[in-house]
Design a protein around this ligand. Structure first.
Ligand SMILES: O=c1ccn([C@@H]2O[C@H](COP(=O)(O)O)[C@@H](O)[C@H]2O)c(=O)[nH]1
Length: 309
């Protein structure tokens, strides 16, 4: 089961970290931008090729240190078809290096449309009797706003193809409370979503005790992390908000179970653009940033007596 694969890879690499592949063309190293603008002019193709070169460099620099990467589709989609070619390359190249791919696509719609989203990112499409993969990520992030039956559309592919999903429970952004913290009866909306995640965790769970149905909970809400951890013991938490959004090692401790497992902390800008605050080239700077993040989190886990390894 994919949750077992992720947990085992976290243990093997001693690294509960996911690197966010969120490239911005204007923030890429000047030599990469110049080369591709000279080759292809001021075009979407130039940007796409630059993103591909940059991402491959980042993946080469960090693949042995972390279990997973998380490409955020928005940074590719903005460049249209050419951008999506770079998105697919990020997924495929990361997989070729043994990494688990979390597609940050935040999908969810009426049931029949959710199924099409699931086909695109987790499952396959049928063409003339043949089943073909489109993007083939491992996990996808899911927006629960349309309700249980719409999220359930992803379940078939999760079971058939050993995939997983991370459901947005309590997001890291400043105004996440505007809707997510509203009360419905005794519980907040985000607690209701956590209840749904728990139900699915009963339905599907791996030998490590963790389910491929995980939860997104922001590092920027450490108290909620603690409470939600107790509520969803079998869910793996995908924790964004570390680094650029202000979260640090102490803030994410609550995401981990007492066994020291159960969470994977994302850092995108803080790793891929680390070179901007360093004298190193972008690959070496990304590697250094991952090593520092890993040491910081492992040290905090050790002090909290939660370190697994
Ligand atoms: O609640 C959420 C859900 C998703 N994200 C995504 O994570 C990364 C964070 O990037 P940083 O550069 O590390 O801030 C980005 O892709 C977001 O779309 C999130 O931040 N919060």
């Amino acid at each position: 089961m994919l949750s077992d694969k992720l947990i085992k890879s976290i243990i093997e690499k001693k690294s509960p970290i996911v690197v966010g592949l969120d490239p911005r063309f204007e923030s890429l190293p000047a030599d990469i931008r110049t080369k591709h603008l000279e080759n292809d002019g001021s075009t979407l193709k130039a940007v796409s090729n630059a993103l591909i070169e940059f991402n491959r460099g980042i993946i080469d620099a960090i693949f042995d240190l972390v279990p997973a990467v998380k490409p955020q589709v928005a940074f590719y989609e903005q460049y249209g078809i050419e951008g999506m070619i770079a998105y697919k390359d990020a997924c495929d190249y990361a997989k070729s290096k043994g990494l688990i791919v979390v597609a940050d696509v935040k999908r969810g719609d009426i049931g029949s449309t959710s199924k099409a989203y699931s086909n695109a990112h987790l499952g396959k499409v049928e063409i003339n009797g043949e089943m073909i993969s489109a993007f083939e990520a491992d996990f996808a992030t899911i927006n629960p706003y349309l309700g249980n039956d719409c999220m359930a559309e992803f379940m078939d592919d999760i079971k058939t193809y050993e995939k997983g999903m991370f459901v947005l429970v309590k997001t890291s952004n400043k105004t996440s409370g505007q809707l997510q913290d509203l009360k419905s009866g005794d519980e907040t909306i985000y607690e209701k979503v956590a209840d749904i995640v728990c139900q699915w965790n009963q339905e599907i769970c791996g030998e490590t005790g963790y389910s491929p149905i995980g939860a997104v909970v922001g590092a920027t809400y450490p108290e909620e992390l603690v409470a939600l951890r107790k509520k969803m013991p079998k869910a793996i938490f995908l924790v964004p908000g570390y680094g650029a959004q202000g979260g640090g090692a102490q803030d994410v401790l609550g995401a981990f179970n007492e066994d020291g497992l159960g969470a994977i902390v994302n850092n995108s800008r803080g790793i891929i653009f680390a070179y901007q605050k360093s004298n190193l080239d972008y690959k070496s700077a990304a590697r250094e940033a991952v090593i520092k993040m890993k040491n910081d989190i492992n040290q905090a886990l050790e002090q909290d007596q939660k370190k697994y390894w």
